[in-house]
Design a binder for this molecule. Structure first.
Ligand code: SAH
Length: 346
């Protein structure tokens, strides 16, 4: 396949074009077309010579996505998008509108291979990892569709970001590049189910992004029942990796905790969790679990969630309850894609 110029950093684009005998500023021009003006077609890059535009079109590519479906929430401006990749795989992205700005929830893989038992994205395993260009295209396409700036990105769509490490890091650097969209690192959140080795790698990248860790349980016994990854990395190792991240980046970690009735939502669970987290620079985000029809779990009641939060807070653990956006278009995460794929199979 032709090299995707959208996935290249400015330095890589400079090196690539140097081999064609092009001066350095040419790479800057192309970079600005791709990431500032977000043009997906070389013919529109009007400050390049005709000959260079033709050579670029013949020998390289610009990754893009096709919008297959778009659902708009009537309640709060949330939008769900179904995009097709060039090989036909489909992915979901979500736009969330907050008072402080527009945030896009990006998929990092088509499907997922982590196997969390409550999650719809992993039901059919992973089809493939996305390139940095494909992740950027989710943000750029939604920005164009909305006609407003996207100021934040969360890597919380389908896929495990740390299972696609290099492309994800490239994506974050490109998003943050002042010559592109210049999205502040503090407005970027990467969510992981806890791939410990790559959490250590991430801590060494000297980024200022927020790390969110899908904990979902106060101990290994419960975590192993709902997250296969817990068999590979016991919680003690996971929390050590979190401490390392905090120490190196001075950034507060977010722990995600999806509340599942009768599984992880008792007072005893809250007490145990509080004991483990209370001296950590962290924040717990309780997520009212999204019921997935193929999965047996049910969500905890509102009062249970509130009580759980109160116990954590009493122990000094900062806790919030995630607000549900777009509940009127709320096929749980990954469900839109699944419905589409099943339709295609028939
Ligand atoms: N692979 C990454 C990011 C994916 S999903 C991770 O595991 O963190 C983003 C968050 O949604 C994760 O915390 C994930 O565990 C959670 N999630 C998945 N399915 C869910 C469901 N049905 N209800 C509530 N949260 C869910």
């Amino acid at each position: 396949m032709a090299a995707d110029v959208k996935s290249m950093t400015l330095e890589e684009l400079q090196a690539f074009l140097a081999e064609w005998g092009e001066p350095k500023f040419r790479a800057k021009q192309i970079f600005a077309w791709l990431h500032e003006k977000q043009v997906d077609d070389f013919s529109q890059m009007t400050n390049l010579s005709q000959a260079l535009r033709q050579r670029l079109a013949a020998e390289t590519s610009i990754s893009s996505l096709q919008m297959v479906e778009r659902l708009l929430s009537k309640q709060d401006g949330t939008r769900k998008y179904l995009f097709a990749l060039e090989n036909g795989s489909v992915i979901e992205s979500v736009l969330m509108q907050y008072e402080y700005g527009n945030t896009v929830c990006v998929s990092t893989q088509a499907g997922c291979r982590m196997g969390c038992r409550f999650c719809a994205s992993t039901l059919d395993g992973v089809e493939r990892s996305l390139t940095a260009g494909e992740m950027l295209s989710q943000v750029y396409t939604i920005q164009k569709d909305l006609g407003e700036r996207i100021s934040g990105v969360v890597l919380m769509g389908s896929g495990e970001p740390l299972d696609n490490y290099d492309a994800v890091l490239r994506f974050i650097r490109l998003l943050h590049d002042p010559a592109g969209q210049n999205i502040g690192q503090r407005h970027i959140t990467l969510s992981t189910c806890g791939l410990v080795e790559n959490m250590y790698r991430l801590a060494d990248e000297a980024l200022q992004i927020t790390l969110a860790v899908s904990l979902h349980a106060p101990n290994d016994t419960i975590r192993q029942q709902i997250m296969p990854v817990a068999n590979a990395y016991p919680m003690e190792q996971l929390l050590q990796a979190c401490q390392d991240y905090i120490q190196k980046t001075k950034r507060r970690i977010t722990f995600e905790y999806a509340m599942m009735q009768g599984i992880n939502d008792s007072d005893v669970c809250a007490e145990e969790l509080a004991q483990k987290l209370r001296h950590m620079l962290c924040h717990v985000n309780l997520i009212p679990m999204n019921p997935v029809k193929e999965r047996e779990f049910t969500k905890s009641g509102t009062e249970r969630v509130q009580h759980f939060a109160k116990i954590l807070q009493q122990h000094g653990v900062e806790t919030t309850i995630r607000r549900r956006l777009g509940s009127d278009i709320d096929a749980a995460c990954g469900q839109l894609r699944r419905r589409y794929m099943q339709k295609e199979e028939r």
